[in-house]
Design a protein around this ligand. Structure first.
Ligand SMILES: [Cu+2]
Length: 136
């Protein structure tokens, strides 16, 4: 093996160790998992949201539609645990209302069950803006 190759191997070994050292604290401070829910004309994506029961999760709602939409799931939000400030921001305790282009994060811990969600804006659910939430 040439001197140059040995030097290269030492450089790569050093890099690998540096990356491992940097990555370990990052892994340790990882927060709750997150799920992205896109609202559009006229759909929720995913239309069947799967969440882990008892695990905190950040629900990241994004409205990519051409107007206002909402995500209404009263049984789901009622069963979930969340802090009072978060619950206070939910409309009628079970709705996330989003203006065009808006995004909202809701941090909660879901309870196992099967739930339904829909947009209650006039006719939107009929056009397909509905879905299910499965928590296991
Ligand atoms: Cu809608």
């Amino acid at each position: 093996m040439s001197f140059r190759n040995k030097k290269l191997i030492r450089v790569f070994a050093g890099l690998a160790m540096a990356i491992t050292t940097l990555a370990m604290p990052l892994a340790a401070v990882t927060g709750p998992e997150s799920a992205r829910i896109v609202l559009a004309n006229f759909s929720f994506t995913p239309s069947d949201l799967h969440l882990n029961a008892g695990k905190p999760v950040v629900l990241h709602f994004v409205n990519e539609g051409s107007g206002g939409h909402n995500f209404v799931a009263p049984e789901f939000f009622a069963a979930a645990s969340m802090d009072d400030a978060t619950r206070g921001r939910l409309r009628k305790k079970g709705a996330v209302e989003l203006a065009k282009g808006e995004s909202v994060d809701v941090t909660l811990t879901p309870r196992s069950g099967n739930y339904e969600a829909k947009c209650t804006h006039f006719l939107h659910a009929g056009f397909g803006m509905k879905g299910t939430i499965t928590v296991r």
